[in-house]
Design a protein around this ligand. Structure first.
Ligand SMILES: Cc1cc2nc3c(=O)[nH]c(=O)nc-3n(C[C@H](O)[C@H](O)[C@H](O)COP(=O)(O)OP(=O)(O)OC[C@H]3O[C@@H](n4cnc5c(N)ncnc54)[C@H](O)[C@@H]3O)c2cc1C
Length: 298
């Protein structure tokens, strides 16, 4: 990544042609370049430089919904802005938070302060930016219910401030991000204070541990559920009916705990995962006439 070499400083570090395997929760074997960025000004500098050289990039949060290729053609941009944890120790009307922070910190704050609406984030192993980009959610709600404002740097290196509400989001996505937009800050509100929130969250986390293969290398739900006219067709349910739990191919297996989670048994690659996804998707169509779209990104 010669184009960026002269940008390295305290706020920008570039690691070239390294193993990227540990940057995603599925840990597919991958190699490439990662640019770690610690401030907004540094992010603008990096994006402007990449734009000048017409180099595409991929933003990575916690890598919990990303399939990284054997050789990643684009540099990964990873935000590492500093964060003052103290702001999560008191109740405020809203919180300005860096996109890089892990949702587990927010769930911890929700439990101790009773921040209603934040229970929706329980158990999702994501960064805040990734969760907003994906409109992450659980049986307890979706992040769109508590997002007030999103600050981004666009693909030209320009700063944009977007006031958003639930109508700006969709199931596992949003309607406001353009290609190359990087969320660097998010303002979250809460929906009131609820003393019993901690119990709700702990109960829900227990249920997830029982139902999902949280100790395995996965990327969460592989396929989106199909939602139409108020009815949800859960991809995992249909894969389960086909008897595919435990089915394994080239080191990737359908989890025997939750059929919409695929596990990387050892050394699996992007191609192995894509071929497994195509196979299962094809079977779903043959058996039920339903086309399930991937939830995971690449
Ligand atoms: C065990 C497990 C359980 C999971 N459970 C759930 C669940 O209950 N509900 C749910 O919704 N998801 C779940 N997921 C999937 C995943 O956690 C979510 O999709 C999450 O929102 C991804 O966040 P991330 O930070 O890991 O993003 P990444 O996986 O790094 O990236 C996902 C997408 O967001 C983009 N992105 C990331 N950061 C930014 C940014 N700062 N600005 C712009 N774009 C960005 C990436 O380019 C990519 O397109 C689960 C995953 C695992 C492994």
């Amino acid at each position: 990544m010669k184009a960026l070499s002269d940008l390295e400083n305290n706020d920008i570090s570039i690691e070239k042609e390294i193993s990227l395997t540990d940057y995603s929760t599925m840990r597919l074997r991958s190699q490439g370049t990662i640019v770690k960025i610690k401030s907004k000004e540094a992010l603008i500098q990096v994006i402007q430089k990449l734009a000048k050289h017409q180099i595409k990039y991929l933003v990575i949060g916690n890598g919990s919904n990303l399939l990284l290729k054997e050789v990643e053609p684009s540099p990964l941009l990873k935000l590492e802005f500093p964060f003052e944890r103290k702001i999560l120790e008191t109740v405020s009307l809203s919180y300005n938070l860096p996109a890089a922070i892990h949702l587990s910190l927010l769930v911890k704050a929700a439990m101790s302060l009773g921040l209603k609406g934040w229970e929706a984030l329980a158990g999702i192993p994501a960064s805040l930016g990734g969760a907003v980009a994906m409109n992450a959610g659980t049986a307890l709600g979706e992040i769109c219910q508590i997002v007030e404002m999103v600050k981004i740097i666009n693909s030209k290196g320009e700063e944009k401030v977007l006031n958003v509400s639930p109508v700006d989001f969709k199931y596992r996505g949003n309607n406001f991000l353009q290609e190359g937009d990087v969320i660097y800050e998010v303002t979250l509100k809460h929906l009131g204070i609820e003393a019993s929130l901690k119990d709700t969250i702990l109960h829900y986390l227990q249920k997830r541990t029982a139902e999902q293969p949280l100790d395995k290398k996965t990327c969460g739900s592989v396929f989106k559920n199909i939602k139409s006219e108020g009815v949800t067709c859960a991809a995992g349910h249909y894969i389960d009916i086909m008897g595919m739990k435990g089915f394994s191919k080239n080191g990737i297996s359908v989890s025997s705990k939750h059929a919409n989670f695929f596990e990387n048994e050892e050394g699996g690659t992007y191609s192995d995962m894509v071929s497994m996804m195509e196979y299962v998707r094809g079977e779903l169509y043959l058996q039920f006439g339903k086309r399930f779209d991937p939830e995971v990104k690449s």
